[in-house]
Design a protein around this ligand. Structure first.
Ligand SMILES: [Zn+2]
Ligand SMILES: [Zn+2]
Length: 367
């Protein structure tokens, strides 16, 4: 099967083929402090169940920034990050059955897992007991370090490639692959729905999707944000109320109110204050990841039999379910599309919370 785009009218680019290794354009970090640079990365030759994806858009996740800056551990530089990937199938291995050339597809935070442990067999590959293979910065089966989506192409096993429904705008589909599933999974697990009161802490990339998804699930949604600066947006996304956490009166007024609180903030928060907002059997689930441990006062858990929990992305089947749900319900993130040379500036803006609500890189600017 040819790698060229000649038999695929929607693919535009033929990657360079050298002895079966693909060398493709990418943006990479070369140190914890320097700017990202344009470079190339190598993609493995297609195995029988592999798919070559021509990437069109890649979202910028806060995790990308933590990772390249070495805040989550040692990094093997140079590293290309990006785990919110959408594109087109450019070529398939001979045993691929789930996707065909020309299909709109996506890749999220993982590209493999052991497939044999109890969690993998239960469709919870993100919790693989032997560790899932992250889309970037993980050791792949062949011993190389995985390289992410700020790149023109990627090769991924078909079982970790998602279908992206046509009705989701292409660039808006990218953030669903991490931010979307990260919020959908706990909302589904803790049964956000009619008659349930859900609070979303933080209205950023994750938070704005949490609001839209929880509203679509039928829950009554409240936004808890530091200030009222984004109140109009929060209400436009479907939230019924919006409160400033900078105002201590908020914590009195909303005591014992919620069945579920989804914390999307990656800075430390006062856990006890938020726990007291939960009513009987309520759960506070964190999807934001502050680097330091949080003190959890157990007495705040005793009252109302509350739980404090964490949640990490979602399994592959659930990620597909999320994409189909978003397509059906017309849910898409708010995105700002940038070029490949604007990523450093975008990182600074993410750190200042100066984005409404997710940056997405137009990968055509890398070709
Ligand atoms: Zn992410
Ligand atoms: Zn496993």
């Amino acid at each position: 099967m040819p790698r060229s785009s000649s038999d695929n009218p929607t693919a535009r680019f033929s990657p360079e083929l050298e002895d079966a290794i693909l060398t493709v354009n990418a943006v990479a970090a070369t140190s914890a402090t320097g700017p990202l640079v344009r470079t190339t990365v190598e993609r493995r030759d297609l195995g029988p169940r592999d798919i070559l994806i021509e990437i069109r858009y890649a979202g910028i996740c806060h995790s990308d920034i933590h990772t390249v800056r070495g805040e989550w551990g040692d990094v093997a530089y140079p590293l290309t990050v990006g785990h919110e990937i959408v594109g087109l199938v450019a070529e398939v291995g001979p045993e691929v059955s789930r996707h065909a050339v020309g299909d709109r597809v996506g890749v999220g935070c993982m590209v493999n897992s052991c497939r044999e442990c109890a969690n993998c067999r239960a469709g919870q590959e993100q919790y693989c007991e032997n560790g899932n293979t992250g889309t970037y910065g993980s050791i792949d089966r062949d011993g190389t370090v995985t390289q992410g989506g700020y790149s023109t192409h990627i090769v991924v096993d078909e079982d970790f490639v998602l279908r992206v429904p046509e009705s989701i705008p292409y660039e808006a589909a990218a953030p669903l692959l991490c931010a979307g599933i990260t919020t959908y999974s706990p909302l589904a697990h803790w049964k956000a729905g009619p008659g349930r009161k859900v609070a979303v802490v933080g209205l950023g990339g994750l938070g704005h999707l949490a609001v839209k998804i929880a509203v679509a699930m039928g829950a009554e949604v409240t936004v808890l944000s530091q200030t009222l600066g984004k109140k109009d947006d929060g209400l436009a996304f479907g939230a019924q109320s919006y409160h400033a956490t900078g105002d201590t009166a908020t914590f009195e007024a909303l005591r014992n109110s919620f069945d579920l609180i989804v914390n999307t903030v990656s800075a430390p928060i006062d856990i006890a204050a938020y726990l007291r907002l939960l009513r009987l059997d309520g759960t506070l689930v964190s999807v934001g990841a502050p680097p330091e441990p949080l003190p959890v006062p157990v007495f705040a858990l005793f009252g109302n039999r509350r739980s404090f929990a964490g949640s990490s992305i979602g399994g592959i089947a659930e990620t597909q379910e999320m994409l189909d749900f978003c397509a059906e319900r017309g849910i898409a993130p708010e995105v700002e599309v940038i070029g490949a040379d604007e990523v450093d500036e975008a990182y600074e803006r993410v750190l200042r919370s100066d984005v409404r609500y997710r940056f997405v890189i137009d990968i055509d600017t890398l070709r």
